[in-house]
Each structure stands twice: as C-alpha cells, then as structure tokens.
Design a protein around this ligand. Structure first.
Ligand SMILES: NC(=O)c1ccc[n+]([C@@H]2O[C@H](COP(=O)([O-])OP(=O)(O)OC[C@H]3O[C@@H](n4cnc5c(N)ncnc54)[C@H](OP(=O)(O)O)[C@@H]3O)[C@@H](O)[C@H]2O)c1
Length: 226
C-alpha cells in the first residue's frame, strides 16, 4: 500500500517506520524540505534494519511536500500538531478527496480539549476524505514497539469512521503493527476518542496509572450473571 503522511515528527516517524518495515511505500512531509529528507533517510535505515532478512523488502521512505504526500498515498495519515491542521490541509486537502484519511491528532494538551470542535470533523471538512480516527490514545513510543504487547495482551486500537472500506484499510495497518483493530463506531464518536485521550493524558501526567481505572472485560457488567 502507498501511505502518504502529512507530518515529519514523532508520530510520522514511529508509524511510518513500522509500515515501511512491513513492506508499504511511505512518503512523509513537513514544512522544511531538508529536515524532512533527513528524517526520511533515517526512517529508511531503521525500516531496513527491521525488515531484516525479508528478501527484496521495499523499505524506502520518501520525502515530499504536503501536496505530494497527499497525492502519493492510497491512504493518507494526518500527523501534524492541531495548530497545523488548517494550513496543512489547505495545501494538501484537494488530493485527499475520497481517500481513507487516518487522523491521529489530539488537542495540544489535556486542558486544551474542546468538545465543541472535534479535530476529526475539521479534518473531514477540509479534506473531503473518509476520515478514520485512530492511534491517538497512546504515546509515540508505544508505536515504536514491535509489537506493542502489554501483559501478554496485544494493544487494541479503536477506529472511528463512517466509511467501512476506509476502516478496513486502517484496521489492516493496525494489524501490521501487531495490534488488534477494534471498531469504535462512526465518525461522530471520534470526539469521544479525543476526549478519552485528553482525560487519560491528564491522569498520566498527574502520575496516575490510567489503565487501572478500567476493570477487565469479565467485570464490565456485560459478563456478569443475571
Ligand atoms: N507524540 C505523541 O505521543 C502523540 C500520541 C498520539 C497522538 N499525537 C498527535 O499526533 C500529532 C503529531 O504529533 P507528533 O508527536 O508527531 O508531533 P511533532 O513531533 O511535534 O511533529 C509535529 C508535526 O506537525 C507539523 N506541523 C505543520 N504545521 C504546523 C504548525 N503550524 N505548527 C506546528 N507543527 C506543525 C510539523 O512540521 P515540521 O516537520 O515542519 O516541523 C511536524 O511534522 C499531534 O496532533 C499529536 O497531538 C501525538
């Protein structure tokens, strides 16, 4: 699959390197062409090391402009800071119309989350793409793990979006990381993922074990007798 990434920061690096190592063609993009090219070269080296012995593995990561990355991808990931969404999609948006668009964005801080302005809807409006919100609940270092498994349990990745085919595509990419994709419902529920990220990040930064606030499935109420 060809994956265009709007962004050349941590999330672009972590997820793009994994997907390149899994044999996908990846193009990243950023505001500074030289810096983006350096990042792409580092990702190529890293992905090549991960692909290891896979004969003929295609691990090259390219660098391009916002519009080039948007045009390159069969699927395109938006991995810029919230402040960059409008300017970046104004440049790249037209090429995203009708494509699966992965939205990993979060508010710039837990106290900055605005439930009246979901980032996923903003991205949908500016791109005309089939937005799937995903990968926004975990720190970038989790996405560098191969695979992200905690306590013997593969990480589950909720996906929120309205287009079934786009969700299937993004689910495949989650599975490529060794994760379990979980249908999180339609795009209207993406704001719940954004709220969850804000809430959990607030707990983590306050020093709490956010994972401990949820019971296991067996005690969720859906599995209790009676
Ligand atoms: N880091 C995490 O742990 C994590 C986890 C889940 C979700 N997220 C979300 O994923 C997105 C990307 O995060 P990241 O960690 O990859 O961020 P990052 O390392 O700081 O990279 C930010 C990217 O946004 C681009 N950008 C474009 N316009 C911008 C503008 N006006 N202001 C600032 N940056 C602009 C930057 O471009 P240049 O390359 O030109 O600088 C860069 O490529 C964010 O929305 C973040 O909330 C992050």
């Amino acid at each position: 699959m060809r994956i265009g990434i709007l962004g050349a920061g941590g999330m672009a690096d972590a997820l793009g390197t994994q997907w390149a190592g899994a044999g996908h063609e990846v193009m990243i993009s950023g505001r500074d062409a030289a810096r983006t090219a350096v990042r792409a070269a580092a990702m190529t080296a890293q992905a090549g090391a991960r692909a290891g012995a896979q004969a003929g593995a295609q691990t090259g990561v390219r660098a391009g402009s916002w519009a080039e990355a948007a045009g390159f991808g069969d699927v395109v990931m938006v991995a810029v800071l919230a402040a960059g969404i409008v300017p970046v999609l104004k440049e790249a948006g037209a090429a995203l119309r009708g494509k699966p668009v992965i939205d990993v964005t979060n508010a710039p801080g837990p106290d900055k989350y605005d439930p009246t302005r979901p980032l996923a809807n903003l991205i949908g409006d500016l791109s005309g793409g089939h937005v799937v919100k995903a990968f926004n609940l975990c720190h970038v270092d989790v996405w560098r793990m191969t695979p992200p498994v905690f306590g013997g349990r593969p990480l589950a990745v909720p996906l929120c979006g309205d287009d079934a085919a786009a969700k299937k595509t993004v689910g495949t990419l989650a599975a490529d990381l060794g994760c379990t994709p979980v249908d999180g419902g339609g795009l209207a529920r993406a704001t719940l993922l954004e709220a969850t990220a804000a809430f959990m990040i607030g707990l983590w930064f306050g020093g709490a074990d956010a994972q401990a606030v949820l019971p296991p499935l067996a005690s969720s109420g859906t599995h209790l007798p009676g």
